[in-house]
Write a protein that binds this ligand. Sequence first.
Ligand code: DP6
Length: 351
Amino acid sequence: MERFKSKLSSIFPNISGSVSAKCPSNIALIKYWGKREVQIPMNPSLSFTLNESNTQTELRFSPQTSGEFQVKVYLDNELKEDFAPKIITFFKRIEEFIPFLRNYEFEIRTHNTFPHSSGIASSASGMGALALCLTQLENQLGAEMTENEGLVKSSFLARLGSGSACRSIYPGITVWGETSAVEGSSDLYAVPYPYEIHESFRNFRDQILLIDEGQKEVSSTVGHQLMEGHPYAKKRFESAEENLNRLTPILKEGNLDEFGTIVEHEALSLHAMMMTSTPYYILMKPNTLQVIEKIWEFRKETSLPLFFTLDAGANVHLLYPQKNEKEIETHIEKELKSYCKQGKTIKDFTF
Ligand code: DP6
């Protein structure tokens, strides 16, 4: 942890200014579900960082002497009073690594390129963008981190804001959580996936079917807590690690069917955990299941590589290679869009 302590002295210049950063969201293929203090995952996770779905954040700062954290958050120029407590919790967690948080008052101005409650994690892109702003500001105040040091620290800080956010700092495939399957992996920050990736995964599509647009029924914070004392938790954590191990040769060789088997198993395992926790939840909606059945039918009939994953909600992330985009998009238009709220989908892709 010592390496993340700031090199800055405790006297900060009497200046105002602003920094800004952009950070995408990500979709986990191997899911993080279950954590211990402070923001340490119970199993390693792996995700595709997205391209289109991102958060742009400007962090304005000016000197203050109240000794308290002073922060205002604006989403699309609208003051969001209810966002401040989450940021204050974050600031408390990172204060030991970012020493100037009480010396300035902050205005966080943020914009997402995707709709709120769309099944895309705005906490991942939002915390990622804020962490990038903070390391930039640390450098502006004289920390002299190299680009690489800045990214590692941003990932480390983002994790303390929201676990999955630490994976969004890098493009492509990233891994968070210490595992023998990935050299250099850590519980404290994410790393870019260091091994060979088959070209089938380049530009891999993630099209999100908006089955349900409402507020999440269960927040991921509560979801993670439900894994404490869960009767199947231990097995689930082992299974995630096994799945990650199995994925490594698949990512290299480009075996799409095996890829789909692991990714869908992960998604359904996450939901199985929610269905068997105390209290228990069903986060899928009838249309989620209909879509899953349709995907399986389509695969059986056409042998085309269309797969799904789910987050802790009802929306379905359709995953498919760019190569098969045409036939698969036609199928989505004709057969799957009707299951979405107002036919809405969001198109994104990996690297
Ligand atoms: C289902 O990263 O949102 O999306 O650390 O409490 O902020 P906190 O949780 P969060 O959990 C993400 C859960 C998930 C799976 C994943 O992205 O790995």
